[in-house]
Design a protein around this ligand. Sequence first.
Ligand code: FES
Length: 160
Amino acid sequence: MTTQATGKRSRLDPEPMPRRDWLGLGALWTMAASFLFATIGMMRLPKAAVLPSPSKKFKVALPETLAAGEPFIPPGRSVALFRDAEGVFAISMVCTHLGCIVKPSADGFECPCHGSRFSAGGEVTKGPAPKPLPWLQVRVNGDAVIVDEGTVVPHGTKVS
Ligand code: FES
């Protein structure tokens, strides 16, 4: 039996690929894969990665049993709604000191962070809060009350 040491090779027995060519092909495939993954990554960029914040305007129905001067706090909101003989009004519950959420108390609101106290109308009765709690714009539409947390109105503004 004889073997061909040199001579023309067939398609079934190709010339072995030189190491340099094999490494070059590997680099090309790596570059192509990197380009593909970068393109896929760029296609995902325009999508929002966070949930949108809730609208500052919201509609809420006041409970029928809400007594005059009793606060109603809609779930997930930092606004206290009140109804009395003169109408409906809303007071922001965001403390004017450093932004903690105040809690209703027997005589108004109190801040759990640094102890500020506010009257039932939002006026500062004890610091360190520098300003009263803002009153917010409300509109009454039938049984529903529409509150705009982004619009401050003068203290004492009530709508019926
Ligand atoms: S944040 Fe309310 S008193 Fe400081």
